[in-house]
Design a binder for this molecule. Structure first.
Ligand code: APR
Length: 231
């Protein structure tokens, strides 16, 4: 089976009712990103940060995977699929996708503020006073701006093995995630799905752009891949 690597961003979950970050009604319209998604913000106003992620964690229980998530999961029978997501929601996993790498962390996990390897599953509100097994305050298991991206090497390794790359619902503005597209083997097919595609197709020899919402774009992708499998 061919290796299909899928890089997803907030647009992948938009049709499930989760706001993106930089669209007109995006999350960063309502919040100062450095106040809620940076180590400085955590030290300046921990309650604001805890509340921000508690609200997002609560919202996760009110949404479900959309058609695009489900279609990708169904493709697992025909391709070896690795999903590299910038999203901190669990919608890929809930749709049945087996190989999901979270580059920017996970809302349903928290970790120790003194030992980043002490990571715990968490579904309720995280509060001041919630401590790890060594007695340190717990924080959201999210990669904040200015922090290292621990899963980057693994993501690069997967991307280098791709026979097909699919990019869905990302503005390609945040690095190092946006740099992954440059690690692919020469001339492999790239499918880029976004209603407002922010990529210069002249930079890539074999790219197909679907300027569509994820649900419609992935449907077209599946048709295209099925046709290729028939040939
Ligand atoms: N289907 C597909 N794409 C969509 C849809 C949709 N229904 N709706 C919006 N989009 C696209 C937008 O056109 C935009 O290009 O999704 C993209 C969302 O971009 P951002 O909001 O910038 O989200 P993302 O690229 O995932 O952000 C990267 O930035 O804020 C940090 O850590 C956070 O992981 C996040 C990272």
């Amino acid at each position: 089976m061919k290796n299909l690597v899928v890089l997803t961003g907030a647009g992948m979950s938009a049709e499930s009712g989760i706001q993106t970050f930089r669209d007109a009604d995006g999350l960063w319209e309502g919040y100062d990103v450095m106040e809620v998604a940076s180590p400085q913000g955590w030290y300046k106003n921990r309650e604001l940060v805890l509340d921000f992620y508690n609200q997002r964690r609560k919202q996760l229980f009110a949404v479900k995977p959309n058609k695009a998530h489900l279609l990708l999961a169904q493709l697992q029978g025909k391709f070896h699929i690795d999903i590299i997501t910038q999203n901190v929601d669990d919608l890929h996993e809930r749709s049945g996708s087996k190989n999901v790498l979270h580059l920017h962390g996970e809302l349903l996990k928290v970790r120790s503020t003194t030992n980043e390897n002490l990571i715990y599953s968490w579904t309720g509100d995280l509060k001041t006073g919630d401590k790890c097994e060594t007695g340190s305050q717990l924080r959201p298991h999210i990669v904040w701006f200015g922090e290292a991206v621990p899963m980057l090497d693994k993501a690069i390794e997967l991307t280098k093995k791709a026979d097909i790359l699919v990019v869905i619902g990302t503005s390609m503005q945040v690095y190092p995630a946006a740099s992954l597209i440059h690690y692919i083997k020469d001339n492999i097919p790239i499918y880029f799905i976004d209603p407002k595609p922010s990529i210069n197709q002249n930079n890539f020899s074999n790219i197909t752009i679907y300027a569509e919402k994820a649900s419609d774009g992935v449907e077209k992708l599946v048709q295209n891949l099925n046709n290729e499998l028939m040939c």
